[in-house]
Design a protein around this ligand. Structure first.
Ligand code: ATP
Ligand code: MG
Length: 258
């Protein structure tokens, strides 16, 4: 394993039949690093995360997490799914407890940890509700609590705030930053939102093309801890513009091909 690299992606490619989604991806994510991933819809962001989580096999190359090849979901690696991934037949309490149960936590540990994480994401009072009885944003927070509860060393987040309204999104972004600062871990954070990518990431990976490849890796040299004031820094605006123009260049190139 490379020095301080929790995730290593080597020559990774993925095809579904004749559809080549991405090819020859090479990247490392450090032990206390947030890698934000951005790219057009359908470029393979979710697929890449699923490969990192061991849910989907690569077609070429390999992904190592903590030095071992990802062939199946594994302890220490948690994923927050784009569409919540909650069990509809389980309550908020049971959904949050699920990962802990899988990890073999005792009933006493579960009884202690679940209320803590439910409170952390502001769902106290809704423990007995089923996913269909709570809002999209609340479901997303439930998914976040479930992932955080197992104290993962690697967090894979697939547009974790994609389905919530703008205000909830802001609240959750700063909440997640606070949680991360308190316990920095390896995080891969997929998003459509440029400002979110710059706010969260130590680097922003811009994917492009079909099959997708690494278009650019933008180093986000903004100080941590980050909070609302970060959004007002001139450097924040510069980086956002930079990522924006990188993505627009991609859109223009795509237009010419049509
Ligand atoms: N199980 C599958 N079988 C066949 N094709 C798939 C499968 N999963 C994903 N794909 C295809 O792979 C491509 C990338 O999909 P993916 O969901 O990774 O994109 P994405 O970048 O996450 O998009 P979005 O931003 O819309 O979430 C798409 O063309 C999709 O149709
Ligand atoms: Mg996706």
């Amino acid at each position: 394993m490379g020095v301080n690299h929790r995730i290593e992606v080597r020559g990774a490619g993925k095809s579904f039949g004749s559809l080549q989604v991405f090819r020859d991806l090479n990247l490392d994510v450090g032990e206390r690093e947030v890698l934000a991933v951005i790219g057009p819809s359908g470029c393979g962001k979710t697929t890449l995360l699923r490969c990192m989580n061991g849910l989907v096999p690569l077609s070429e190359g390999e992904i190592l997490v903590e030095g071992a090849r990802m062939a199946a979901p594994r302890e220490g690696v948690a994923m927050v799914f784009q569409h919540f991934g909650l069990f509809p037949w389980k309550t908020v309490q049971q959904n949050v407890a699920y990962g802990l149960k899988l990890a073999g936590a005792t009933a006493a540990a579960i009884g202690e940890k679940v209320p803590y994480f439910i409170n952390l994401v502001g769902l106290t009072g809704f423990e007995g509700y089923y996913p269909y009885q709570i809002s999209g944003g609340m479901q997303q927070r439930c998914g976040l609590a479930r992932a955080l509860a197992v104290k993962p060393r690697v967090m894979l987040m697939d547009e974790p705030f994609g389905a919530v309204d703008a205000q909830t999104r802001e609240i959750l972004q700063f909440e997640l930053l606070r949680i991360w600062e308190a316990r920095p871990t390896t995080m891969v954070f997929v998003t459509h939102a440029i400002d979110e990518a710059v706010l969260m990431g130590d680097r922003v990976l811009v994917l492009k093309g079909r099959p997708a490849g690494v278009h650019e890796v933008v180093n986000v040299d903004l100080p941590r801890p980050r909070d609302r004031a970060t959004l007002l820094l001139p450097r924040f605006a510069e980086l956002r513009e930079h990522v924006w123009s990188t993505l627009m260049q991609e859109a223009k190139e795509a237009e010419f091909k049509v």
